[in-house]
Ligand binder design. Structure first.
Ligand SMILES: NC(=O)c1ccc[n+]([C@@H]2O[C@H](COP(=O)([O-])OP(=O)(O)OC[C@H]3O[C@@H](n4cnc5c(N)ncnc54)[C@H](O)[C@@H]3O)[C@@H](O)[C@H]2O)c1
Length: 286
């Protein structure tokens, strides 16, 4: 028996990066996957989004891991499309046990107001849409996971004015994901449904490995490369590593979706190699 045997999990942003890693890890542990991804670039976001070929590769990997996967190309901002994707998956698999609302963009380096709006609507409204599509299908034992960011927990990270208004939108969205999940745990607790947030530090995906992110770490250089930025990445961790791997986040996601965490809810789970305690060294409050 796998750790999420026969569970059906809905994942947004499943075509590559962390979303793909979650799909594969969950399939290895017995789950079937309903996935959505936009598979189309967003104008204000300087690095590209996943492609349909990326999405096909995720399906291939899920199947190789022993799972089944249903995909829809859809924008998390499009509530009707997200509802339709979940309904199609539930019709096929017969149930829904959990979700990972984690599709995201990080449109740094621009003062275009649309970047602020895109970051907010994809990174926060997209989470709300995924939750709203899923809740009617979840029952006792259900589990909601949303991906925030270390940026949600630390002022002056992506919302540093030098990152432009897209960074401000990103931080606002991620803080709201944290608050939304907190209150959702209150709302859904009596129904036996759990809600938790996962907050990664730098993670080794296309979002981090982008020219605009290199510039955040090396504002002193005109066109920094990955090699220029790499020695500065560990500023976001305490353990000497520049980033965590997508699979490190998947381990936390797997735990939160499994019954092993059946009484864990309303939590803000950092997978950050100590990045938070490095920068906010206060004692926990009781
Ligand atoms: N990579 C990091 O350093 C880092 C750090 C902290 C938090 N995060 C968060 O982790 C999550 C996953 O990002 P990632 O690191 O895998 O980056 P990524 O860019 O590789 O993956 C994001 C995925 O979301 C999809 N997507 C984007 N906008 C979408 C939309 N509107 N509708 C549907 N799909 C959409 C993309 O096509 C892509 O497949 C995001 O929420 C991100 O904010 C990432």
């Amino acid at each position: 028996m796998g750790r999420v045997q026969n569970k059906v999990i809905f994942i947004t942003g499943a075509a590559r990066g962390q979303g793909r890693a979650h799909a594969v890890r969950l399939a290895q542990e017995g789950a079937n996957i309903i996935g959505v991804d936009i598979c189309e670039d967003i104008k204000t976001n300087s690095y590209g989004m996943a492609t349909p070929e990326d999405f096909d590769e995720t399906v291939r990997l899920v199947e190789a891991a022993g799972g089944r996967m249903i995909t829809s190309i859809a924008d998390v901002r499009d509530r009707q499309a997200i509802v339709a994707a979940v309904e199609q998956g539930v019709a096929e698999f017969g149930r829904l046990d959990g979700i990972v609302a984690q599709a995201g963009i990080c449109p740094l380096g621009t003062d275009d107001p649309q970047a602020f709006l895109d970051a907010f609507t994809v990174d926060f409204v997209g989470v709300v849409n995924a939750v709203e599509a899923a809740v009617p299908h979840l029952s006792k034992g259900g589990s909601i996971v949303a991906t925030g960011s270390l940026a949600a927990l630390m002022a002056g990270a992506t919302d540093n004015p030098s990152n432009g208004v897209g960074g401000l939108g990103y931080s606002l969205a991620k803080r709201m994901v944290a608050s939304f999940i907190n209150d959702l745990a209150v709302v859904l607790g009596p129904k036996g449904i759990r809600a938790n947030a996962v907050h990664p530090t730098n993670c080794n995906t296309d979002m981090l490995n982008s020219d605009i992110m290199y510039r955040q770490f090396r504002p002193d250089l005109e066109a920094p490369t990955r090699e220029d930025a790499l020695p500065f990445f560990p500023a976001m961790t305490m353990m000497g590593v520049p980033y965590v791997e997508p699979e490190d986040i998947s381990q936390m996601v797997l735990f939160l979706l499994s019954d092993e965490s059946r009484y864990v809810t309303g939590m803000q789970m950092r997978v950050d190699a100590g990045g938070y305690v490095r920068n906010r060294p206060q004692q926990p409050t009781f």
